[in-house]
Design a protein around this ligand. Sequence first.
Ligand code: HSE
Length: 336
Amino acid sequence: LRIVLAGFGVVGQSFAELLVLKSADLASRYGVVPRLVAIVDSEGSVLDGRGLSIKKALQEKRTKGRVGDRNGRDTARIIAETEAEVLIEATPTNFRTGEPGLSHMKAAFASKKHVVTCNKGPLAVAFHAMHELARHNGVQLRYSGAVGGGTPILDFGQSCARGDDIVSVTGILNGTCNFILSKMEQDGATFDDALKLAQKEGYAEADPTLDIDGYDSAVKLVIMANHLGLSRATVKEVKIKGIRGIDSREVVRARESGRAIRLIATAEHGLSISPTSLDRNDPVCVSGAYNAVKFHCRFSGPKVIIGKGAGGPETASSLLRDLLDIRGAFNEGVTA
Ligand code: HSE
């Protein structure tokens, strides 16, 4: 299974490490021998059709801050011209243009490669167009890591919807905000210190205002609502209020009355993101870099999924999960 990896930041490196750690297991449990044939980051690229030395690429990234040579080659072109079955797209998210991920995915589809991504930008900007392109080219598009980090929230939601109707969804979709609010509430940390810590842990976006101003949650809500067929809304239609400027006294007051402030995403009559006071006993009221989502179903009632919503190894595990699903599907002759 030949893979092109675009993006070699926190998640891309974690994915490469995971391939090394799991190689024996992948071969024995699934009969899959993944080969990274190209790694491209914003500054360089390395290619080897026989399979790259992942350890060497990781070492080089850590010492030089990039992979391979500064060759100035266009990443989309490398993706299109490299012989491989799958593109793993893990470049930084741009919620406004979807780039460069959008062009990378288009290049992959046009050259008949499956795409696995945790990049929310292209999905936020062109959700249905990307699905259409994948279908048109007879390949698959998987993105379970785009919502929930390593937690399979989208798969769970899909299971809930099978044979039932999802009436509403409420939950926490941003690990960084949840981490910040929990730190303020439990350790009396200031907003800025808690944010710095979240950045250090690798939870925050490259531009952390996307987290704290609620856009990351909004994008995930849009992806989830479209994925589950609840809505065809785009981010423009989401009412968004983030946690910037949240008062630490408000956070402490909530704690003292057995409640907690959380940044809550809701899909019911429209989509919204807003800091909300929750009862501590509400299963959705999780702490730290966790996500929790409650699906209210018409016949089977409420169901909650909880798990880590951000982080390199966590998100990398969902890329691997999607990769195995793709492999399973094309073994069975299933395409898009
Ligand atoms: N910045 C995101 C978060 C990363 O904190 O949830 C995972 O999508």
